[in-house]
Write a protein that binds this ligand. Structure first.
Ligand code: GLY
Length: 401
């Protein structure tokens, strides 16, 4: 409690100093959340007329692109609605969140993907946290069971994708994010197998996914029989040896979350080393929104990835709460810059534009020429989450995020 009070005081001081010349941070946060509510209220109305579908992005003509619940991003729109309900207490947003969340339910039986944490925990997990809806427990526990079937004991990881491109058992850094669902299931059910799978996966990932400078490979593939590493490569990054920006953010967020959930010091150490690598990276631009890859060709003219910036900001805000004062201030300083950038016209859409998404300029997969320089639901989700986390740290919000 004392630590938290100190954190709030320090953060307010830092913000007050920076506010001498800039717009006050609390005003920026509330304006951004008000804008998010306006955009997503329209989006929810549009989606009510599209049975079973969820928003995904926009196409070249600016028209909305949707997906069914099986696409990995299906949980983010319902999750964002839950966050906006948490902030606004608006019953219409709550109703929309319930409706959109229900569209994802059948994925609890999906054993063909590792993305169940993204799909189910962002949607049903937030819904449960905010409403206590009893039936959501079953959805999350069934989903956690499905995710657990992808654990490969001789590898020590949850398999991300099916075998492809010569990879027998590909595991991507993104998979760290799905462990939050397993940690919830452990706490809810008392079944230690969920805990063990999450911790073994996180430990194997520390061992094999990170380079000596604490950047991460995107894909590590394992031999299914021996459990040995067979390849360290990329699917969405510039090259096998580059630092794909969103992957770095997933790693940072994943280990911060695993420290919160387990209290194991090695996860805090890992998160801080990743954070230190990223915030001191010579290719992190002045506005602190990463290029789509820290080693992208064409820097400084390479595309930015707002999603990588939003995920990183949210993770840094949480990590600041676990760090010693010097690091804490550094993490918050970067996160504040990222939030100010994302809330500016450089990244935030004009009202009614951008297919009613909130942020512009994210990159799904540049090597696949898919979703390049577009809005994406997960950029919006982690941006809203970061805004709510900042409100909490500043002592102006009651969220338990
Ligand atoms: N998890 C897929 C991505 O970050 O693009």
């Amino acid at each position: 409690m004392k630590k938290f009070a100190l954190l709030v005081t320090t953060f307010l001081l830092v913000s007050i100093v920076s506010c001498k010349k800039d717009k006050p941070l609390d005003k920026i946060i509330d304006e951004s959340l008000a804008f998010a509510i306006d955009q997503y209220t329209v989006m929810a109305d549009v989606m009510m007329g599209k049975a079973d579908l969820l928003p995904r992005t926009i196409d070249e003509s600016g028209s909305l692109v949707t997906s069914n619940s099986g696409w990995w991003t299906s949980g983010f729109f319902p999750g964002s609605l839950w966050y906006l309900y948490e902030y606004s207490k608006d019953e219409n947003i709550r109703e929309a969140a319930i409706r959109m969340t229900s569209r994802v339910e059948k994925e609890k039986y999906n054993r063909g993907t590792h993305d169940l944490g993204f799909m189910l925990y962002c949607s049903f997990g937030n819904g449960l946290r905010l409403t206590g809806e009893e039936s959501y427990n079953e959805v999350l526990l069934t989903g956690a069971g499905s995710l657990s079937t992808r654990f490969r004991p001789n590898v020590g990881c949850i398999q991300s994708w099916g075998s492809r491109r010569g990879w027998q058992c590909p595991v991507i850094i993104d998979n760290m994010m799905n462990l939050e669902l397993l940690m919830w299931a452990f706490k809810k059910s008392g079944d230690s197998s969920f805990y063990k799978i999450a911790v073994i996966h996180a430990d194997t990932t520390i061992k094999n996914h990170f380079r000596p400078d604490f950047s991460t490979w995107h894909v590590v593939s394992y031999d299914t029989l021996t459990g040995n590493v067979e390849a360290k490569q990329t699917a969405q990054g510039a090259t096998d040896e580059s630092s794909w920006a969103r992957g770095q953010s997933w790693g940072l967020y994943g280990y911060t979350m695993m420290y919160r959930e387990t209290g194991l010091q090695r996860y805090l150490d890992q998160a801080q080393k990743i954070a230190d690598y990223l915030i001191s990276h010579p290719n992190l631009p002045e506005d602190r929104i990463p290029y789509w890859d820290y080693n992208a060709p064409g820097i400084p003219d390479a595309m930015r990835d707002a999603s990588a910036g939003a995920i990183m900001a949210s993770a840094l805000i949480e990590l600041s709460g676990f760090a010693e004062p010097a690091k804490r201030d550094k993490y918050l300083d970067i996160a504040e810059k990222q939030i100010r950038s994302l809330s500016s016209p450089s990244y935030m859409a004009e009202p009614g534009e951008n297919g009613n998404f909130i942020l512009m300029h994210s990159v799904g997969s540049l090597p696949a020429d898919s979703e390049v320089d577009v809005p994406l639901t997960y950029a919006d989700y982690y941006f809203i989450e970061a805004l709510l986390r900042l409100r909490k740290i500043m002592g102006i919000g009651g969220s338990d995020l």
